[in-house]
Write a protein that binds this ligand. Structure first.
Ligand code: NAP
Ligand code: SF4
Length: 715
């Protein structure tokens, strides 16, 4: 089948049904008294790593300017500390001297050129700091931080209040439209607010009135320093999601007092960083916490802002239309697409590059002390370095492979004006993302396939499906450039493991493309990311079994798997908005889970399973397979598969039969790159090898998409 880009069937999201309708609540301006926000979308604070070094402020200015140009009403910078004790990382971004103002002016001037506002977040990390000067309400170490904090003296509290005020005043001098005071996510002011960390017996501890004294003094001092015509946002934790977290009536008491103290907007936060409940990963349903924001909105008269897992206009519009919030904050979605707001306004919702909440290139980078970027948009934070300029001379480009690497290359090359043809051997685009999107809790991966298909159509890429490309075809095609993005195949164990050819031994691809069925007892060989994903799919209740949905449905590019409901997700993780206001930090006892199947997940390596999973999401997968009763076996040797099941040697050296109906092989992948010219060949075209085809060992969508974009930016 050949599908010219113009008649390629284009998948739709539920948002696409509204393509030409406007989002009236999103685009209603908000009057703050001394100033007006042009719409209800705010880009939330996100540590990019650029704010920590003065020489990166040019890059930071370009990053914010691109988003300001994209139509967002207001943006909040990554956290800037008011003093040394408040650093998140050693020598992290600080604003406490006049000389700091100059760097920030580059940012504010760049933003103001595009009629957007920018607010600087003041973040004192308290006991979350990665340095030895950390302080807190009491000397109690956080389970996720390396240093035990020193308890702040009253003098220290008072000088810190002054540091906040000076910092805010300098922010005003730097041209910011306001400041956000971070009082959520378990940082310093949240530590004071909560009895979990605040065990003080002086006037800054005790009941909520004592515990909120420091945050309130901070707000009053900041207001006095900046005057009335300056925005002050306070990020307040609605549900700490940790034991001894505040109950809802305490949160309401603080919110009312903050309003009285001079706060302009309350930004609602959910969950401390040390909480063992996920709050922003992809398996959290969209808008899962907006009822907390709605509750606080009933008790204050200043605007409130909802956040967490809102990534598309339809969701944002609904939260506003239901009067749950006055403003919507999104951070990661603006890494994924700087033009999010303009696309929503111009009826181009289906062209939004959706944040899939994977954390792989943003938060995981932060924890690795690397510059943030975005898996689906490698230009994020590299705006001055990865530039998609118009090509001087349009070239004829072949892209072989319709996975995310190939689609990324094709899109960028076509954007630059090249004449691009993308060939795909199968009748479906999306490659490995088609397997990811059907995993319970990974439905967002659908959006990336939808984005690229639409983008290729709009950029005029010719897409040829069901086309197995040969070297001869490429030679005859007279291409200037050939980009080989033929990806990977699952590693087969046939010839390596006795019985691997039996019919009840299947690959993860057979399972996830809907062609294979599985029994009630399953052994999974390989405990990498895919082994975990498969185990979650096999044991989860939500979602229809893939073999029942069938291959055709799964191949339909407009089929979007249904996500777990907010109610079911909250029951599973034990989250509640307690209307009696007595629930500790929004926590309740999780509902026990009955797994759908009995699953063994195995690896040959000794030690904890899932140790190599990503920092900010791996713990969620590990918790999931544990709560789903998956039996985890490390340090096993596979002996053979028989009709009865699989024989393994356990770490104690004993031979053991696991009686299972099906064995699913998740043993990694092998590259497919046979179209690359051999040494000595002299093809007319210039060849480029990208993504999994280049290196299967560390198959990684982040690298695949970036490879595609980088090659296409250079040709
Ligand atoms: P992987 O992470 O490399 O894991 C492959 C697994 O197969 C390992 O557990 C390995 O364990 C085992 N294995 C390798 N060769 C084997 C052999 N010859 N026989 C038996 N077992 C063998 O690969 P993946 O799970 O396919 O994931 C691919 C990529 O996608 C990874 O980069 C991963 O980060 C990414 N991904 C991540 C996630 C996530 O974070 N949730 C989800 C999906 C994919 P032993 O060698 O110890 O047996
Ligand atoms: Fe969103 Fe993933 Fe990009 Fe982060 S890396 S912004 S979570 S898509």
């Amino acid at each position: 089948m050949e599908a010219a880009a113009t008649n390629q069937s284009v998948p739709t999201t539920s948002e696409s049904q509204q393509q030409n309708a406007s989002y009236p609540h999103i685009f209603k301006p908000l009057d703050l008294g001394h100033t007006t926000l042009k719409n209800r979308i705010v880009m939330g604070s996100m540590h990019t790593g650029l704010e920590d070094r003065f020489y990166n402020y040019g890059k930071l200015a370009a990053y914010f300017a691109e988003r300001a140009k994209g139509g967002v009403a207001m943006m909040i910078t990554g956290g800037i500390s008011p003093n040394r004790e408040g650093w998140l990382l050693p020598a992290g971004g600080t604003m406490n001297r006049k000389t700091d103002v100059i760097n920030h002016q580059r940012v504010t001037r760049a933003v103001h050129k595009h009629d957007s506002k920018i607010v600087m977040q003041i973040l004192h990390s308290g006991r979350y700091g990665y340095h030895p000067f950390v302080v807190s309400a009491s000397a109690i170490k956080s389970p996720i931080a390396p240093f035990k904090p020193r308890q702040m003296s009253i003098k220290n509290i008072q000088s810190t209040v002054e540091d906040y005020a000076r910092c805010a005043k300098l922010a005003r001098q730097a041209g910011y439209d306001g400041v956000e005071i971070m009082g959520s996510e378990g940082y310093l002011l949240n530590q004071f607010l909560s009895k979990r960390v605040n065990k003080r017996t002086d006037e800054y501890g005790g009941d909520i009135h004592g515990r909120m004294k420091f945050p309130l003094e901070t707000v009053r001092a900041v207001r006095a320093a900046v005057g009335d015509d300056f925005i002050i946002i306070f990020r307040l934790s609605m549900a700490d999601l940790v034991p001894e977290g505040n109950v809802m009536d305490e949160v309401i008491t603080v919110a009312r007092a903050l309003e009285e103290a001079g706060v302009s907007i309350i930004n609602t936060g959910i969950g401390w960083h040390e909480a063992r409940v996920p709050t922003i990963v992809t398996s959290v349903p969209r808008a899962a916490f907006t009822d907390f924001t709605a509750e606080i909105k009933r008790h204050v008269s200043i605007p409130v802002m909802a956040a967490n897992r809102i990534n598309m206009p339809e969701t944002a519009e609904q939260v506003l239309a239901e009067d749950q919030a006055d403003l919507i904050q999104m951070a990661r979605p603006f890494l994924a697409d700087a033009d999010w707001v303009n696309k929503a306004r111009n009826g181009k919702t289906d062209r939004i590059n959706t944040c899939i909440a994977c954390n792989q290139a943003c938060l995981d980078h932060t924890f690795e002390h690397k510059r943030s970027t975005c898996l689906v948009n490698p230009r994020a934070c590299y705006e001055t370095e990865l530039v998609y300029n118009k090509a001087k001379k349009p070239k004829k480009v072949a892209v072989v492979g319709g996975g995310v690497a190939g689609m990324s290359a094709a899109t960028v090359a076509a954007t630059r004006g090249h004449n691009v043809t993308l060939f795909e051997a199968k009748d479906i685009l999306g490659g490995q993302f088609n397997y990811a999107k059907v995993i319970p809790g990974k439905e967002e991966f659908f959006e990336t396939i939808r984005y690229y298909i639409n983008e290729m159509q709009h950029q005029g890429v010719t897409v040829k499906l069901n086309t197995k490309v040969t070297k001869e075809m490429l030679d005859k095609g007279k291409f200037d450039h050939v980009i080989i993005a033929t990806g990977v195949v699952p590693r087969s164990l046939e010839g390596k493991l006795e019985g691997a050819e039996l019919p009840h031994v299947i690959s993860y691809a057979d399972l996830l493309n809907g062609t294979a069925t599985v029994g009630d007892k399953v052994a999974v060989i390989g405990a990498g990311g895919i082994g975990f994903d498969v185990s979650e799919y096999l044991t989860s209740k939500h979602g229809q079994p893939l073999h029942e949905l069938g291959e055709q449905t799964l191949k339909d590019p407009s089929y979007r798997p249904k996500a777990q409901s907010i109610k079911a997700w909250r029951e599973e993780w034990g989250v509640t908005l307690d209307t009696d206001y007595q629930s500790d930090g929004g926590l309740q006892k999780p509902e026990p889970i009955t797994p759908v199947r009995q699953v063994y997940l195995m690896q040959r390596t000794k030690g904890r399973l899932g140790a190599g999973l990503n920092k900010t999401t791996g713990w969620v997968h590990r918790a999931h397979v544990k709560s789903h009763g998956v039996m985890q076996m490390a340090g096993v040797q596979y002996e053979k598969v028989t009709a009865e099941g699989i024989w393994v040697t356990n770490p104690q050296g004993q031979s053991q039969l696991l009686r299972v109906d099906t064995v699913v092989v998740c043993a990694g992948q092998e590259s497919v790159n046979d179209l690359m010219p051999n040494v000595g060949d002299a093809p007319d075209a210039e060849y480029h090898l990208i993504g999994g085809a280049k290196l299967a060992a560390e198959l990684d969508a982040k690298r695949a998409i970036r490879d595609g974009a980088e090659v296409a930016a250079q040709i």
